[in-house]
Ligand binder design. Structure first.
Ligand code: ADP
Length: 322
């Protein structure tokens, strides 16, 4: 390609900035022009983009969020609007687009290339790690560490007051963040959307802990799941079983903050690889990492297939609390 555009879309994740930097620096190295689109698909459809140079991405590798800003653009679900976006790119002589975002953003990218003659490459940018075709998404590691930092503090209070906390972490419909955080913080229980957890099981586990001499305090990590208010509901159910639990919803702190070293390296590698794959003639794929190797997966598969939480991994999280 002679010129490419790049955008970040959907929920921001820590590591989007080093990914942008990876794309820009790798493209410039190959003599390709790069345009940075402001506010995801919203900016694309109105042609809000500026040419980037090496200095445009100076001093961003350590910053959370996204320099290009992000947005949710419902209009992009309309094929006519996607056609308009393709026209904008063609008018500016841009022949490829790199999209960094989650499942929704990658769906938009896939439809854009299917319906219009524009090459696209996707990069998995979400804290949730719920993207098929990659073991790891940009921002997941940082989000896990941010949640851990908070839970280690909550643990001090839980121990001092011998109290029970239900800590809600993000993850949309998946339990990746919750299971990783649960293992790493030594949670007494992990509740995820993929498996049913009965209130009785939690009560039994906590009673057993007391018998084993572990005290009455505890941290239960709950994945947010689809239904808002799930964690408060769980606290109410536990109250009916004479278990008083405090609810702490970590919320948006998990999306922000300086990306971890792991996420900076992952994002930099994937950003540069996106440019390499474009130059090698790839289109309509997401670049991710599987078994520590950078690899491409057709966007169609990425969108249609669900990444499953590994059963043995989740069972390990439960076993470690016993
Ligand atoms: P994420 O990319 O983090 O999953 P969203 O699901 O909010 O976040 O999607 C981000 C944006 O991607 C949407 O606001 C929209 O512009 C675009 N998008 C999502 N789903 C579709 C779809 N089915 N068709 C076209 N564009 C979509």
């Amino acid at each position: 390609p002679r010129a490419i555009a790049i955008l970040t879309s959907g929920g921001d994740s820590p590591g989007m900035n080093p990914a942008i930097r990876g794309v820009v620096r790798a493209a410039l190295h190959k003599g390709i022009k790069v345009y940075g689109v402001t506010k995801g698909y919203s900016g694309l459809i109105i042609g809000d983009m500026t040419e980037m140079n090496s200095a445009s991405v100076t001093n961003i590798v350590q910053r959370g969020g996204t320099l290009l800003k992000s947005d949710r653009c419902l209009a992009f679900k309309d094929p006519a609007v996607r056609h308009q976006a393709a026209m904008v790119l063609k008018e500016k002589d841009i022949d490829a687009l790199i999209v960094i975002g989650g499942d929704g953003s990658l769906t938009g990218a896939h439809l854009l290339t299917q319906e219009n003659n524009i090459n696209v490459i996707g990069l998995p940018g979400t804290i949730d790690n719920d993207i098929y075709g990659t073991d790891d998404t940009i921002g997941f590691d940082t989000a896990v560490n941010t949640a851990l930092d908070a839970i280690d503090k909550i643990r001090d209070t839980a121990l001092s007051h011998e109290s029970l906390f239900l800590v809600e972490v993000m993850g949309r419909n998946s339990g990746f963040i919750a299971t990783h955080v649960g293992i790493a913080c030594g949670a007494e229980m992990v509740v995820v959307p993929e498996y049913e957890t009965k209130a009785e099981t939690i009560c039994f586990q906590l009673a057993n802990n007391r018998l084993l001499g572990k005290g009455a305090s505890g941290i239960i990590v709950v994945a947010e799941g689809q239904t808002p208010g799930l964690t408060t509901h769980l606290a109410n159910v536990l109250a009916q079983h004479q278990l008083e639990a405090k609810v702490c919803i970590l919320g948006h702190i998990q999306r922000g903050g300086s990306p971890s070293g792991h996420d900076r390296v992952l994002a930099s590698c994937l950003g540069a690889a996106a440019v390499d794959y474009l130059c090698a003639g790839y289109n309509d794929v997401m670049i991710g990492v599987r078994d520590s190797i950078i690899t491409d997966t057709p966007l169609k598969q990425v969108i249609e297939k669900n990444k499953k939480l590994d059963d043995a991994f989740f069972q390990l999280a439960l076993l470690l609390h016993k």
